[in-house]
Design a protein around this ligand. Structure first.
Ligand code: HEM
Length: 207
């Protein structure tokens, strides 16, 4: 709890709710989830996410013992290996794939957050809690509409995490237990909104 008595996890969810709606309602996401695109469109998204998760997990490794960010470090969340498997199945060669402008900005923001772990937590929260939440719906739709199988959707399966809801509740408890002052909470929420906006910008470029 902070001085105002609202839990950090509540503040984060409230601060990002409009940005979340915007991301969720972007034309690319709506088209992808309604079945009007194709498996290649998902491949293009997954290819860009490769750069995002590579940065997220490289910075996460350097902050594994950090008093603020270290509490969120969890091997079971690591997505780069599963994403690489999926990309191979989808026929996307990341070596020859250029990161889009939005991806480059996103990666730069993640790398810069290494200097301010609370901002790194914002990036961690935005992606991983999203993958554990709406990501599950996304995987379901991709499977249904584009006949993608397990070998293309392993990114959405978290081996070792059986109960996603329980995991997310514990994650929010860890956010609430952070011993950070109001200015840090402010940096956390501002950076999380930015992280959502990078995702929306990426969807915009993929349209
Ligand atoms: C693609 C369409 C999307 C759908 C259908 C969707 C759906 C949802 C749903 C239903 C929840 C609530 C789950 C719960 O209460 O446990 C949720 C939470 C969340 N989503 Fe999304 N989402 C989408 C896109 C995104 C994107 C693009 C991001 C960010 C990259 C994102 C990040 C999050 C986060 C961080 C939460 C957790 C909020 C919290 O409880 O603090 N979502 N999403």
């Amino acid at each position: 709890m902070t001085a105002l008595g609202t839990a950090v996890s509540d503040k984060l969810r409230a601060a990002t709710s409009i940005a979340h709606e915007n991301a969720e309602r972007s034309a690319f996401v709506e088209a992808l989830l309604s079945g009007s695109l194709d498996a290649d469109a998902y491949g293009r998204l997954a290819g860009q996410l490769f750069f995002v998760y590579r940065a997220l997990e490289e910075v996460g490794d350097t902050l594994a013992d950090d008093p603020v960010a270290g509490g969120f470090h969890d091997e079971r969340l690591r997505r780069l290996p599963s994403l690489s498997t999926d990309l191979a199945t989808l026929g996307v060669d990341v070596e020859s794939l250029p990161p889009l402008a939005a991806t480059r900005g996103y990666v730069e923001a993640i790398r810069a957050s290494a200097a301010d772990p609370v901002r790194y937590v914002a990036h961690h929260y935005t992606r991983y809690l999203g993958d554990l939440s709406g990501g599950q719906i996304v995987a379901h739709r991709l499977r249904e509409h584009y006949r993608l199988g397990d070998d293309a959707l392993s990114f959405y399966r978290f081996a070792g995490i059986d109960k996603l809801k329980r995991y997310k509740d514990a994650y929010r408890d860890r956010l609430d237990a952070l011993r950070i002052d109001d200015s840090a909470v402010q940096r956390l929420t501002v950076e999380a909104v930015r992280a959502f906006e990078f995702n929306s910008a990426l969807f915009g470029e993929l349209t």
